[in-house]
Design a protein around this ligand. Structure first.
Ligand code: SF4
Length: 551
């Protein structure tokens, strides 16, 4: 497929006439085309297509169709059918009424080009640029939150995982090396691996399940031995499904003994969820858990503007493996916003994102004030009353001395790094003074040792202390209230576009899906803005409305 950039044609007169007659009260695509123009141009996608070959569909149209598809949560087939049959889609795409459309497979091919050309962000970023040019973006205040995303795979138990992994490898080998494979397997493999491995077909007794697992394990090791034998073609070991088989067998079994007896790994020897494979069909989908939600898949972070007198626009999408913590997303999100010149002055985030490092570094590197509460001091002293927590000790940073609530001064002060590489200060008090202390039980649970104190380096310690004090004030709570609106965005994305369920396998495609969703949600919001539809207020239940207001 080749592409020669073309100018965007105007909406054909017959298409316009029919669209205006069909939608006298307006339509989202007609309204967006009238107010925003075509949004994309062929030039933006020029690097994704070769100069020679059969002409491709206009990429500006394909980009817009990919986004419009998520405005209505349509499949590829439904989107291609909409291009062929709907007036409003033809209007947005400048197509004549007689245009026959294209085959739906063109859309997945276009998405593949976007991913391979690292151009996923382009669809969102070009819309953001257009909005900035039109004065419809106010990035000064933004808010971020994350949500879980289920992978497009079946949840497998351990026995199903083994059977499906071996079946996946056999199917792949059968496609590329059928003759070689037929010489390696026994006829009973067809009984075990021809059909989907599903729990309800597997034995119920533990002993029988273990015996079946051992048998599958033995078959897998036998196949791997044949593939890695010096006489086997080298390229067999390079097949993706074979590599997945090898990794899953390493994760699930110890190396077989001399007699070829397989041995299951015990739970303590199983790999952590950051690398454990849960399905051969999407090896990047990992198990994770957050509050009451357990899932296998990914996590996505949405950032949106939340200023007044302008539409709330999603500015940044960051999709990660499910095991990546929220606070690890802060720096990439700020880098992404900086690249688009959309850094906020205030960034609202919940506790999961806010660390001392981010409070300090966001301020110094990006000029961003993070508005969000930090975690409370986890020490038992902070949770006990009376208890002498770190913030009750006076710190003299110049002299490198801490003074406890009983007026005793520390005798040692050493700068160190903790296990995660953060700089900390370890402080100790005199053994004799602490043993003689009348309120020792408020300070330490050790029988004989003196009080030890571990605090962060000065800048971070002060940032934490200041935020812990301020986050309890009514002013802070009032200001922080603005963060809550991002929950509604996640809800809108889930209900309207299927945000929490990946359509595709792998992190890259899932990320692209979320960018398309964010761009689609922006179009929905812009349509509401152009038509003076106010932002919906938070719903309050009938029962809650009856609650008397505090005096
Ligand atoms: S136990 Fe030691 S550090 Fe703690 S209050 Fe008493 S004297 Fe101070």
């Amino acid at each position: 497929m080749s592409m020669q950039p073309q100018n965007i044609p105007p909406v054909p007169p017959d298409t316009e006439a029919v669209a205006r007659a069909a939608f006298p009260k307006g339509n989202i695509y007609v309204s967006l085309r009238d107010n925003l123009g075509s949004i994309y141009e062929d030039e933006f996608f020029a690097t994704l297509f070769p100069k020679r070959g059969q002409p491709a569909e206009s990429p500006w149209r394909l980009g817009l169709i990919c986004v419009m598809q998520f405005v209505e949560n349509l499949t590829d087939r439904q989107a291609a059918e909409a291009v062929r049959s709907r007036i409003d889609w033809k209007y947005a795409l400048s197509l004549p009424l007689t245009d026959p459309g294209f085959d739906f497979s063109v859309l997945s091919e276009f998405r593949r080009r976007l991913i391979e050309g690292n151009a996923e962000q382009l669809l969102l970023d070009r819309l953001l640029k257009r909005l900035r040019d039109l004065g419809l973006m106010k990035p000064e205040r933004q808010r971020t939150d994350s949500t879980h995303v289920l992978a497009v795979i079946r949840n497998l138990n351990r026995l199903e995982l083994l059977g499906e992994t071996l079946r996946f490898a056999l199917n792949s080998l059968a496609a590329v090396a059928p003759d070689w494979l037929m010489n390696q397997i026994n006829s009973d493999w067809f009984d075990r691996y021809s059909r989907r491995v599903e729990n309800y077909r597997l034995p119920k007794l533990d002993s029988e399940r273990e015996a079946l697992g051992n048998l599958i394990g033995k078959d897998g090791f036998a196949l791997l031995n044949d593939i890695y034998a010096p006489t086997a073609p080298f390229w067999l070991s390079q097949i993706k499904a074979v590599e997945i088989l090898r990794q899953v067998w390493v994760q699930q079994f110890y190396a077989p003994g001399e007699e070829g007896i397989v041995q299951w790994r015990t739970t303590k020897d199983m790999p952590p969820s950051t690398i454990a494979i849960h399905s051969p069909y999407d090896v990047e989908a990992h198990y994770s858990s957050k509050r009451s939600v357990d899932w296998v898949g990914y996590k996505t972070h949405l950032t949106e503007s939340c200023g007044e007198d302008c539409p709330h626009i999603i500015t940044q999408v960051y999709t990660t493996l499910s095991t990546v913590t929220d606070d690890a997303a802060v720096e990439p999100i700020h880098q992404g916003l900086e690249a688009k010149s959309l850094l906020p002055e205030e960034h609202f985030m919940d506790t999961g994102y806010v660390t001392a490092e981010h409070l300090v570094n966001s301020r110094t590197q990006y000029g961003i004030e993070i508005i969000g509460p930090v975690r409370s001091d986890p020490s038992w002293q902070a949770r006990t009353n009376p208890g002498f927590a770190a913030d009750q000790f006076e710190i003299d940073w110049q002299q490198q001395v801490a003074t406890c609530p009983m007026g005793q001064k520390s005798i040692t002060w050493s700068s160190q790094f903790d296990m995660s590489g953060q700089s900390i200060i370890d402080i100790r008090f005199a053994t004799a003074a602490c043993r003689a202390c009348p309120v020792r039980s408020h300070c330490t649970r050790s029988k004989n040792a003196p009080r030890g104190l571990t605090i962060r380096a000065q800048t971070f310690h002060e940032a934490l202390s200041t935020r812990r004090q301020s986050q309890e004030t009514p002013e802070f709570l009032h200001q922080y209230h603005q963060r809550a609106g991002i929950e509604a965005t996640l809800s809108q994305g889930t209900r309207r576009t299927g945000l929490r369920r990946s359509r595709y396998t792998g992190l890259a495609k899932t990320h692209l899906q979320h960018i398309l969703i964010a761009t689609a949600l922006n179009l929905v919001r812009l349509d509401a803005w152009f038509n003076d539809v106010p932002i919906a207020k938070t719903r309050v239940s009938r029962f809650k409305q009856l609650q008397p207001k505090p005096a």
